[in-house]
Design a protein. Sequence first.
Length: 165
Amino acid sequence: MALDHTTATILRHHHRRQLAEQADHGAGWTDSGHVFTQPDGQPLHPDYLTRRFRRLVTDSALPPVRLHDLRHGAATLAHCAGADLKTVQEQLGHTSIVLTADTYTSVLLDLHFTVAEATARLVLTAAARVPGRKHRTPTNRSNTHCQTTQTVVCSALLGWYELVA
């Protein structure tokens, strides 16, 4: 599993504390193989984490959120940070990218604006690469917008075709 530098550092510190707890308990230490344990090495009860998280959310005056909702949030944030859906799918351990796309990612409004800007930039860049294309000035004022739009779109498509051909 790929982890960022900060998380890896925190987990190394946690592991050192856990090794100290193991030394303190000696033969009473249970090697459960879990990363997060009770002070004697026994695994945490699954309900403990849910109750603890619920208490932390309540104490912080955040809107109600379930522990499992963090999974959805992490997938969405990874996608917004630039991870493609295939990478998010693999991080979550899903067998189907459809499940990842439909269930675990909600598109944030900022992402819509980013995509709109990137799309416009792509179209305008492609249109600028079509040499010798000049926009005609339409004679009929009612069709001005429509003809200008057609010219820009056609120029952009021709530019895109030249880029991929």
